[in-house]
Design a protein around this ligand. Structure first.
Ligand code: HZT
Ligand code: MN
Ligand code: MN
Ligand code: MN
Length: 361
């Protein structure tokens, strides 16, 4: 029989807690006129049957994410290092999906969907500690925790912001309201640019007073929600946090991560600081590599991550050493894509809330 409740820290397999694949369904959105989109019941049953693996993989990843983020929200405290926080989250995810990502190909079956983002204050996204990072979480930090989980390449991408000082309550309320607005208004045939306008309205209705100065909350226009494809963290559709003239529509079968970022700074981010996030390009050019270390690193990346984003710590734990020259060679050759930290101006505070909405469930 085995355990029927989760431990602290999480260690019980999700597939153990929910036998024969009946994972909880996420929130489901009913469409106004059901029959306008849905095929006949017979076809729907058929479609759902084909999709059922896809759905059960997604729901297994989603339940893993849910249990790990709830544990993280309870257990992350000032005084912990970012490295400890990242390892605690990643070890929990790997235990729950039952894959440690250490034997070749194992990380491709299930595991981290991308590097654990731990983004402090003006850093909005794509920061994960590299080996040797000494940063310690402070009482007055605003930390965006971005966790990815995948099962058979079905990636769940969802994030939340932690602040221990109530000064930032309105900043966090702004992004929560903006993202909930985006999720609520999402749906088949919704135009992406219009959805951005609704998100912008919600976000800009907030302000935040910090040390006697009142800041309007600005959406970070360059950071968008996005479609997610199997083994690929971003598809071609984007959900902006501001009104745009993008008339592209949401379609049945699309899977979206709706994420909004608010800032007390300029509302614009730039690439800044040491890179931690990398990913093999799907459309990687066939380049003959002259550097032996680049060749062997490329095969390690293909075997352990495929096109799932990874970070330097994931190479460290695989026993890779002195890989930076080879990695930079793969980047220069256009084979590996980099995602530098995205940063607003020094002294500003950014917050994020990211939720997944699928038009399939
Ligand atoms: O900003 S993105 O690069 C993007 C590209 C196109 C549209 S949105 N990015 C995708 C991504 C890139 C690397 C990762 F390791 C994980 C995700 C959004 C995102 N970052 C974190 N959570 N969600
Ligand atoms: Mn994310
Ligand atoms: Mn995302
Ligand atoms: Mn790409």
């Amino acid at each position: 029989k085995g355990p029927t409740v989760q431990t602290d820290p999480p260690s019980v397999l999700i597939s153990q807690l929910f036998p024969n694949n009946n994972y909880p369904k996420g929130e489901e959105v009913q469409y106004e006129n059901e029959n306008r989109y849905r095929t006949t019941d017979e076809e729907k049953r058929h479609l759902d049957h084909i999709n059922s693996d896809f759905l059960s993989d997604y729901r297994q990843a989603a339940e893993t994410h849910r249990q790990v983020r709830q544990w993280a929200q309870k257990n992350i405290k000032p005084g912990q290092t970012l490295t400890e926080i990242a390892n605690g989250i990643e070890d929990s995810v790997r235990r729950l999906v039952g894959h440690d990502g250490l034997s070749e190909g194992d990380g491709i079956i299930a595991g981290m969907g991308f590097p654990t983002g731990l983004n402090l204050d003006e850093i909005a996204a794509h920061y994960s500690p590299n080996a040797g990072c000494k940063s310690v979480l402070q009482q007055n930090n605003v930390m965006k925790v971005d966790i990815g989980v995948h099962v058979n390449g079905r990636i769940v991408d969802s994030a939340f912001t932690m602040a221990f000082d109530p000064t930032y309550d309105n900043l966090l309320a702004a992004v929560r309201d903006a993202t909930n607005t985006g999720v609520r208004e999402a749906g088949i045939d919704v135009r992406l640019g219009e959805l951005g306008g609704l998100i912008q309205e919600a976000m800009e209705s907030y302000e935040c007073e910090i040390n006697g100065t009142t800041y309007p909350i600005k959406p970070i226009a360059g950071l968008t929600g996005h479609t997610i494809l199997p083994y690929s963290i971003h598809g071609s559709k984007r959900v902006p946090s501001v009104k745009t003239d993008d008339t592209t529509k949401m379609e049945e079968g699309d899977v979206f991560a709706i994420e909004t970022f608010g800032s007390t700074g300029t509302g614009r981010v730039r690439n800044q600081g040491e890179i931690s996030h990398y990913a093999l390009r799907r459309d990687a050019p066939k380049v003959d590599l002259h550097l032996a270390s680049a060749k062997s690193l490329l095969s390690t990346i293909k075997k352990n991550f495929g096109t799932i984003p990874f970070c330097r710590r994931y190479l460290d734990r695989l026993g890779q050493e002195k890989y930076l020259l080879g990695l930079n060679n793969l980047v220069k050759s256009g084979i590996v894509e980099v995602y530098p930290p995205l940063v607003d101006k020094k002294g500003s505070y950014t917050a994020q809330f990211e939720h997944m909405q699928d038009d399939i469930a």
